[in-house]
Write a protein that binds this ligand. Structure first.
Ligand SMILES: *Cc1c(COP(=O)(O)O)cnc(C)c1O
Length: 221
């Protein structure tokens, strides 16, 4: 199956469910992204700042770029001029830096707070308590160049579907506890190639799919 066929298949699976597909193109060459683009698909996710800025410079300017990886504060300035949604905000300090760089670019940047739900301890993100602290803080009201529009999470990398479902359900439950007070949190970014069906059943509104579209990644180092 071609890249375009893979995207069409996933889009038909999610159609009518209120779910947005982000094609995770990390490590993949521009030619592969352009196959999707030329078929009308314009939402890509990347997790390295340098790779993202290189692709953004070379590719058409109507692409929606999603940043999904760990973001260091000192690198925000490189993506602030164009990034469409930052999924992986894991600290208040980072949120403040995004606000500062967005202001310099006369932009308002949409952000998701990445919540730590996986049982394995390798995944980044903040705890539910840290997330609440940020949402409730007085300072966030002054950050007029960011908008926190939802939550993001990654599940444990495991074949155990019950475990994955439990973790997604945990994020959705947390979301439900927030939504009446914070109705702007409309987005729940959860689900990747191996688990997006479960994620959608558990309430995802945005899935980040890489290998099921572009094939397995080959890392050289
Ligand atoms: C790489 C990555 C994905 C996509 O992973 P696949 O399993 O290839 O679909 C999704 N989200 C994040 C945060 C990633 O780093």
């Amino acid at each position: 199956m071609s890249i375009v066929d893979n995207i069409k298949k996933i889009e038909s699976e999610i159609s009518g469910k209120g779910v947005t597909l982000i094609a995770v193109s990390k490590t993949k060459p521009i030619e592969m992204l352009m196959e999707a683009y030329n078929a009308g698909f314009k939402r890509f996710g990347e997790n390295y700042v340098q790779e993202l800025t290189e692709k953004q410079e070379k590719m058409p300017k109507d692409i929606e770029w999603h940043f999904i990886g760990h973001l260091q504060s000192n690198k925000v300035k490189y993506i602030a001029p164009f990034v469409s949604l930052i999924h992986s905000v894991d600290s208040f300090k980072l949120l403040q830096e995004i606000n500062k760089q967005a202001a310099k670019n006369n932009r308002v940047i949409d952000c998701l707070l990445q919540i730590y739900i996986a049982e394995e301890n390798t995944k980044s993100g903040m705890t539910e308590e840290e997330c609440l602290e940020i949402l409730q803080s007085e300072t966030i009201k002054n950050l007029t160049n960011i908008r926190v529009i939802g939550l993001m999470s990654m599940s444990t990398f495991t074949d155990d579907e019950m475990q994955v479902r439990k973790e997604f359900r945990k994020l959705k439950t947390f979301h439900i506890s927030l939504i009446s007070q914070y109705p702007q949190l409309t987005t729940i970014s959860m689900g990747m190639s191996g688990d997006y069906e479960i994620a959608i059943e558990e309430g995802s509104t945005m899935i980040r799919v890489g290998s099921k579209i572009f094939g397995n990644r080959v890392y050289t180092e």
